[in-house]
Design a protein around this ligand. Structure first.
Ligand SMILES: [Fe+2]
Length: 233
Protein backbone atom coordinates (compact mmCIF):
# COMPACT_ATOMS: atom_id res chain seq x y z
CA UNK A 1 0.00 0.00 0.00
CA UNK A 2 1.25 3.44 -0.82
CA UNK A 3 -0.21 6.74 0.30
CA UNK A 4 1.17 9.66 -1.62
CA UNK A 5 1.44 13.17 -0.32
CA UNK A 6 -1.15 15.32 -2.10
CA UNK A 7 0.28 16.89 -5.22
CA UNK A 8 3.72 15.41 -4.67
CA UNK A 9 3.36 12.12 -6.50
CA UNK A 10 6.62 12.37 -8.36
CA UNK A 11 8.89 14.59 -6.33
CA UNK A 12 8.53 13.14 -2.81
CA UNK A 13 8.63 9.64 -1.32
CA UNK A 14 5.28 8.04 -0.51
CA UNK A 15 4.20 8.15 3.13
CA UNK A 16 4.34 4.33 3.26
CA UNK A 17 7.23 2.55 1.56
CA UNK A 18 7.17 -1.11 2.66
CA UNK A 19 10.76 -1.81 1.63
CA UNK A 20 11.76 0.57 4.42
CA UNK A 21 10.41 -1.66 7.21
CA UNK A 22 10.16 0.68 10.22
CA UNK A 23 8.45 3.29 8.07
CA UNK A 24 5.34 1.08 7.78
CA UNK A 25 4.43 1.32 11.48
CA UNK A 26 4.97 5.08 11.57
CA UNK A 27 3.00 6.08 8.51
CA UNK A 28 -0.77 6.66 8.34
CA UNK A 29 -2.66 3.53 7.21
CA UNK A 30 -5.65 5.36 5.81
CA UNK A 31 -5.88 8.08 3.18
CA UNK A 32 -5.15 11.58 4.36
CA UNK A 33 -8.07 13.95 4.83
CA UNK A 34 -7.62 17.31 3.24
CA UNK A 35 -8.71 20.12 5.55
CA UNK A 36 -9.86 23.05 3.43
CA UNK A 37 -7.76 26.14 3.95
CA UNK A 38 -9.78 28.95 5.41
CA UNK A 39 -8.98 32.64 5.78
CA UNK A 40 -9.67 32.26 9.51
CA UNK A 41 -6.72 29.86 9.77
CA UNK A 42 -4.28 32.50 8.61
CA UNK A 43 -2.25 34.07 11.38
CA UNK A 44 -0.86 36.84 9.22
CA UNK A 45 -1.61 38.72 6.00
CA UNK A 46 -0.73 37.01 2.75
CA UNK A 47 1.80 39.16 0.95
CA UNK A 48 2.07 37.07 -2.20
CA UNK A 49 5.14 36.26 -4.24
CA UNK A 50 5.92 39.67 -5.68
CA UNK A 51 9.33 41.08 -4.78
CA UNK A 52 9.36 43.61 -1.97
CA UNK A 53 8.76 47.06 -3.42
CA UNK A 54 10.02 50.36 -2.08
CA UNK A 55 6.51 51.44 -1.08
CA UNK A 56 5.92 48.30 0.98
CA UNK A 57 7.65 49.78 4.02
CA UNK A 58 5.64 53.03 3.99
CA UNK A 59 2.11 52.19 5.10
CA UNK A 60 1.06 55.83 4.69
CA UNK A 61 1.58 55.79 0.91
CA UNK A 62 -0.25 52.69 -0.23
CA UNK A 63 -3.40 54.53 -1.34
CA UNK A 64 -4.43 57.69 -3.16
CA UNK A 65 -4.58 59.75 0.03
CA UNK A 66 -2.83 59.73 3.38
CA UNK A 67 -4.34 57.79 6.28
CA UNK A 68 -5.68 59.56 9.33
CA UNK A 69 -3.76 59.39 12.59
CA UNK A 70 -0.36 60.10 14.03
CA UNK A 71 2.42 59.36 11.52
CA UNK A 72 5.31 57.45 13.12
CA UNK A 73 8.61 55.88 12.15
CA UNK A 74 9.38 52.41 13.52
CA UNK A 75 12.93 51.25 13.11
CA UNK A 76 15.49 48.99 14.71
CA UNK A 77 18.07 46.27 14.24
CA UNK A 78 17.60 42.55 13.91
CA UNK A 79 20.40 40.61 15.58
CA UNK A 80 21.04 36.98 16.50
CA UNK A 81 21.75 35.53 19.95
CA UNK A 82 25.37 36.72 19.76
CA UNK A 83 24.45 40.27 18.79
CA UNK A 84 25.45 39.82 15.16
CA UNK A 85 23.39 41.58 12.54
CA UNK A 86 20.86 39.50 10.61
CA UNK A 87 20.99 41.07 7.13
CA UNK A 88 18.64 40.46 4.24
CA UNK A 89 15.82 39.07 6.32
CA UNK A 90 12.21 39.91 5.59
CA UNK A 91 10.33 41.81 8.30
CA UNK A 92 6.55 41.82 7.95
CA UNK A 93 4.14 43.93 10.01
CA UNK A 94 0.39 44.31 10.32
CA UNK A 95 -1.71 46.51 12.57
CA UNK A 96 -5.01 48.26 13.21
CA UNK A 97 -5.63 51.77 11.96
CA UNK A 98 -5.56 54.84 14.21
CA UNK A 99 -9.12 54.13 15.35
CA UNK A 100 -8.26 50.59 16.46
CA UNK A 101 -9.90 48.83 13.51
CA UNK A 102 -8.37 46.13 11.31
CA UNK A 103 -9.17 45.79 7.65
CA UNK A 104 -10.39 42.24 8.28
CA UNK A 105 -13.73 40.54 7.73
CA UNK A 106 -13.92 39.38 11.34
CA UNK A 107 -13.23 42.76 12.91
CA UNK A 108 -16.64 44.20 13.82
CA UNK A 109 -15.37 46.76 16.34
CA UNK A 110 -17.60 49.81 15.71
CA UNK A 111 -14.72 52.10 14.79
CA UNK A 112 -14.23 53.51 11.29
CA UNK A 113 -12.15 51.88 8.58
CA UNK A 114 -9.72 54.20 6.84
CA UNK A 115 -9.92 53.97 3.03
CA UNK A 116 -6.30 55.11 2.89
CA UNK A 117 -4.90 52.51 5.26
CA UNK A 118 -4.50 48.79 4.74
CA UNK A 119 -2.30 48.20 7.78
CA UNK A 120 0.21 45.76 6.32
CA UNK A 121 3.80 46.28 5.24
CA UNK A 122 7.11 44.54 4.77
CA UNK A 123 10.72 45.32 4.24
CA UNK A 124 14.11 43.64 4.28
CA UNK A 125 17.00 44.31 6.66
CA UNK A 126 20.16 45.96 5.34
CA UNK A 127 23.75 44.77 5.82
CA UNK A 128 23.68 45.93 9.48
CA UNK A 129 20.36 44.22 10.17
CA UNK A 130 18.46 47.52 10.18
CA UNK A 131 14.85 47.93 9.09
CA UNK A 132 12.56 50.96 8.93
CA UNK A 133 8.82 51.49 8.50
CA UNK A 134 6.70 54.60 8.20
CA UNK A 135 3.17 54.04 9.45
CA UNK A 136 0.35 55.37 11.63
CA UNK A 137 0.22 54.83 15.37
CA UNK A 138 -2.38 52.07 15.87
CA UNK A 139 -5.27 52.54 18.25
CA UNK A 140 -6.27 50.37 21.20
CA UNK A 141 -9.17 48.03 20.49
CA UNK A 142 -11.60 45.83 22.46
CA UNK A 143 -11.28 42.05 22.03
CA UNK A 144 -13.85 40.32 24.27
CA UNK A 145 -11.26 38.13 26.02
CA UNK A 146 -12.79 39.11 29.35
CA UNK A 147 -15.17 41.89 30.47
CA UNK A 148 -13.97 45.30 29.27
CA UNK A 149 -10.88 43.82 27.60
CA UNK A 150 -8.77 46.21 25.50
CA UNK A 151 -5.50 45.50 23.73
CA UNK A 152 -2.73 48.06 24.22
CA UNK A 153 -1.72 49.70 20.94
CA UNK A 154 0.61 47.28 19.15
CA UNK A 155 2.12 46.34 15.82
CA UNK A 156 2.39 42.67 14.84
CA UNK A 157 5.79 41.51 13.57
CA UNK A 158 6.79 38.38 11.69
CA UNK A 159 10.39 37.39 10.88
CA UNK A 160 12.09 34.29 9.60
CA UNK A 161 15.68 35.23 10.35
CA UNK A 162 18.45 32.92 9.22
CA UNK A 163 16.51 29.67 9.44
CA UNK A 164 13.29 28.08 10.62
CA UNK A 165 14.72 27.97 14.15
CA UNK A 166 14.78 31.74 14.33
CA UNK A 167 11.15 32.16 13.24
CA UNK A 168 9.54 34.91 15.31
CA UNK A 169 5.96 36.18 15.45
CA UNK A 170 5.54 38.89 18.04
CA UNK A 171 3.98 42.23 18.90
CA UNK A 172 5.60 45.58 19.50
CA UNK A 173 4.09 47.92 22.07
CA UNK A 174 4.45 51.63 22.75
CA UNK A 175 6.04 53.02 25.92
CA UNK A 176 3.99 53.73 29.05
CA UNK A 177 0.71 52.34 27.79
CA UNK A 178 -1.82 52.31 30.68
CA UNK A 179 -3.31 49.05 29.35
CA UNK A 180 -0.16 46.97 29.99
CA UNK A 181 -1.26 45.63 33.43
CA UNK A 182 -4.60 44.52 31.98
CA UNK A 183 -3.32 42.76 28.86
CA UNK A 184 -3.14 38.96 29.28
CA UNK A 185 -0.98 38.60 26.17
CA UNK A 186 1.79 40.82 27.52
CA UNK A 187 1.24 39.57 31.08
CA UNK A 188 1.61 35.95 29.93
CA UNK A 189 5.35 36.63 29.97
CA UNK A 190 6.39 35.91 33.58
CA UNK A 191 9.63 37.93 33.42
CA UNK A 192 9.08 41.72 33.45
CA UNK A 193 12.37 42.14 31.57
CA UNK A 194 10.99 39.96 28.78
CA UNK A 195 7.84 42.09 28.73
CA UNK A 196 10.03 45.16 28.42
CA UNK A 197 11.75 43.71 25.35
CA UNK A 198 8.42 43.97 23.55
CA UNK A 199 8.05 47.68 24.30
CA UNK A 200 9.56 50.08 21.81
CA UNK A 201 11.42 53.16 23.00
CA UNK A 202 10.76 56.69 21.90
CA UNK A 203 13.85 57.90 20.03
CA UNK A 204 14.46 61.55 19.29
CA UNK A 205 17.24 60.62 16.85
CA UNK A 206 14.79 58.62 14.77
CA UNK A 207 12.21 61.38 15.03
CA UNK A 208 12.07 63.59 11.95
CA UNK A 209 11.38 67.31 12.54
CA UNK A 210 7.99 68.51 11.27
CA UNK A 211 7.21 64.99 10.15
CA UNK A 212 6.97 62.00 12.52
CA UNK A 213 7.92 60.66 15.95
CA UNK A 214 10.39 57.78 15.93
CA UNK A 215 10.17 54.55 17.91
CA UNK A 216 13.04 52.09 18.16
CA UNK A 217 12.33 48.38 18.32
CA UNK A 218 15.38 46.12 18.23
CA UNK A 219 14.74 42.43 17.72
CA UNK A 220 16.86 39.56 19.00
CA UNK A 221 16.27 36.21 17.31
CA UNK A 222 16.90 33.32 19.70
CA UNK A 223 19.04 33.13 22.82
CA UNK A 224 18.71 34.31 26.42
CA UNK A 225 17.86 37.87 25.42
CA UNK A 226 15.57 36.95 22.56
CA UNK A 227 12.50 38.98 21.72
CA UNK A 228 9.65 36.87 23.15
CA UNK A 229 7.18 35.06 20.94
CA UNK A 230 3.64 36.37 21.31
CA UNK A 231 1.38 34.42 23.65
CA UNK A 232 3.89 31.69 24.43
CA UNK A 233 4.49 31.94 28.17
FE1 LIG B 1 -3.60 42.94 17.00
Amino acid sequence: MSILRPGEAHSQPPLIYPAYASNVARAPSRPLIRVPANMVDLAAPVYGYLPIGEGDSDLTRQHAGEPLGERIIVSGRVVDEDGRAVPQTVVEIWQSNAAGRYLHALDDHPAPLDPNFTGAGRTITDAEGRYRFVTIKPGAYPWRNHPNAWRPAHIHFSLFGRSFLSRLVTQMYFPNDPLFPFDPILQSLPDPRAQQRLVSTFDLDLTEPEWALGYRFDIVLRGRHSTPFEGRA
